[in-house]
Ligand binder design. Structure first.
Ligand code: NAD
Length: 522
């Protein structure tokens, strides 16, 4: 059995193939440590993006099934929160070890369902695994503070779990984003309902199996499936105290507004348009490798993809070199040796990307490298778009204003660093940005003035490791980015602070009059 269907908690074999399956199994859901078949009549067909062969059918869980998931998580919460942090840490150690053991199996599921290359899928797993590893430090990061605030009086703080929390995930990182949530939500003592993307839930189902094997008690981690109606259920269910969302602006702004209106904590990471400013004094070869890898890797379907190049001064002369290196990338199905980028997620996505390229042509930009119409001989039915470079782009063009989310690099020209900074700051997104220069003062000026949440200096994809936090800015986060994922802010998101002030006086009270003025603690 292909394990992504979640039929068996003991499945260990996996296939690294795009061959048509002899038998297609429906994906199960996961409640109380059991894999269950949904009784729904509504299924979403899931196709291998490299072939468009059917891989599995993903159920849209019924309301009764969604309610059962909440009931399981609610029931599990009191005993789970009562476990010691050292006990939860031990489970997290096992979870980490199991992810490592199942690394290739998780990656194979991602390549089959999402399309990214096997090597890139292993990176997807690693970036999530690192969050689980960081969560093992819970005894340290859950420590509170204490201060003697007055004579015989001390104030202490505690970080307590919220209760049942939920995560709603996107298609582009099927292991990493669930792993931004599962480890930190649970190690802090919450119980979780995870809704993976309906387009590639296989990795989340394997993670569910690993949670069970790691020793998470029944009901602590639950996985449900569906699209809008499952999300609406999560948004309106009173027992769910907090929602973590990662995905598009359209869904995320709606989820943030409706979830917040229902009194829940919501953290929401949204879309992006990440720019790189290139200065003539940079290391040209390092820059070209960096931009080509970061623009076209994962077929441009990363929220931190470097999709927009701001060429300062004479660096516009380097475009032919960039195009040559982009052209050398191998576009192929993800299990094929040597594949640099795979297909995009769906035929609809391919069509949307191609129409944005066409709009650039209509609006007067130039297509320096055109990836439309490419097909690897062995996989004629996949959703292929090869690396595409659009030059002479201006900020009013549609290809500049919209997140393309495909292997397309749009290039704008400016004369100075100031112009580059102004242009980037005028863009409404603010996820990531990069500058390529050898000058420390130039990099420092850029760092200080740029309005993006994550800045790379000669680093094309500056995603912070989990001892830091993922800090998008502007339209790339909902709610002004007040709640960010993982790191110390991630722990704060999943915990309620409690502050206790205690008086331990041994002396008898002498005064017979109550003091009604605000205490000064002097
Ligand atoms: P998406 O918004 O289509 O889907 C994300 C989740 O929301 C899915 O679980 C889906 O079922 C649900 N959903 C979709 N539309 C909905 C609606 N109208 N109402 C309720 N729920 C809805 O996003 P996607 O296409 O899966 O992912 C790609 C997007 O995610 C890109 O915009 C990318 O930039 C963004 N992303 C951002 C980050 C980040 O950290 N900033 C990370 C990864 C991806």
């Amino acid at each position: 059995l292909y394990p992504s269907v979640g039929l068996s908690s003991t499945a260990t074999s996996f296939a690294k193939t795009h061959d048509k399956m002899e038998e297609v199994h429906d994906t199960h859901y996961f409640i109380n440590n059991e894999f269950l078949a949904s009784s729904t009549q509504k299924f979403i067909d899931l196709y291998d993006p490299a072939t468009n062969n059917l891989v599995t059918r993903v159920p849209e869980n019924t309301e009764a099934e969604l309610k059962a998931a909440v009931a399981a998580a609610e029931k599990a919460f009191p005993a789970w929160r009562a476990t010691s942090v050292l006990h939860r840490q031990q489970i997290m150690f096992k979870f980490v070890a199991l992810i490592r053991e199942n690394w290739d199996r998780l990656a194979a599921s991602i390549t089959l369902e999402q399309g990214k290359t096997f090597a890139d899928a292993r990176g997807d797993v690693l970036r999530g695994l690192q969050v689980a590893e960081a969560a093992c430090a819970a005894p340290e990061f859950l420590k509170g503070e204490v201060l003697e605030v007055a004579k015989d009086m001390e104030t202490r703080t505690y970080k307590e779990p919220l209760g049942v929390v939920a995560a709603i995930c996107p298609f582009n990182f099927p292991a990493m984003i669930p792993l931004w949530c599962i480890p930190i939500a649970t190690v802090t003592g919450n119980t979780l309902i995870l809704k993976p993307s309906e387009r590639d839930p296989g990795a989340a189902m394997i993670l569910a199996e690993l949670c069970q094997k790691a020793g998470f008690p029944s009901g602590v981690v639950n996985v449900v499936h569906g699209a809008h109606s499952a999300v609406n259920f999560i948004l309106d269910e009173p027992a769910i105290k907090a929602i973590s969302f990662v995905g598009s602006n359209k869904a995320g702004e709606y989820i943030f507004t409706r979830g917040s209106a229902n009194g829940k904590r919501v953290q929401a990471n949204l879309g992006a348009k990440n720019h790189a400013a290139v200065l003539p004094d940079c290391n040209k070869n390092q820059f070209i490798n960096a931009v080509v890898g970061a623009a076209f890797g994962a077929a441009g379907q990363r929220c931190m993809a470097l999709s927009t190049l701001v060429l300062v001064g004479e660096t516009k002369e380097w475009l032919p070199d960039i195009a040559e290196r982009a052209k050398a990338l191998q576009v192929n199905a993800g299990f094929e040796d040597g594949a640099d980028l795979g297909p995009v997620i769906s035929p609809q996505s391919k069509q949307r990307i191609e129409s944005l390229i066409a709009s650039a042509e209509t609006e007067g930009a130039k297509i320096l490298l055109d990836g439309r119409g490419f097909k690897p001989a062995k996989y004629p039915n996949g959703n292929w778009v090869a690396p595409t470079i659009i030059t002479d782009v201006t900020p009013e063009m549609q290809c500049y204003k919209e997140e393309i989310f495909g292997p397309v690099l749009v290039c704008l020209n400016v004369d100075t660093l100031d112009e580059a900074i102004d242009l980037i700051n005028a863009n409404e997104y603010g996820n990531g940005v990069a500058i390529f220069t050898r000058s420390g003062p130039t990099a420092e000026t850029f760092r200080r003035r740029i309005e993006a949440g994550q800045v790379g200096i000669n680093v094309p994809i500056p995603v912070p490791l989990p001892m830091f936090s993922f800090t998008g800015n502007k339209k790339s986060v909902a709610g002004g980015g007040a709640s960010t994922f993982y790191g110390r802010p991630g722990v704060s998101f999943y915990t309620q602070q409690k502050t206790v002030t205690a008086l331990w006086s041994s002396a008898d009270a002498i005064s017979k009059k109550a003091d009604v003025a605000m205490p000064t603690h002097n």
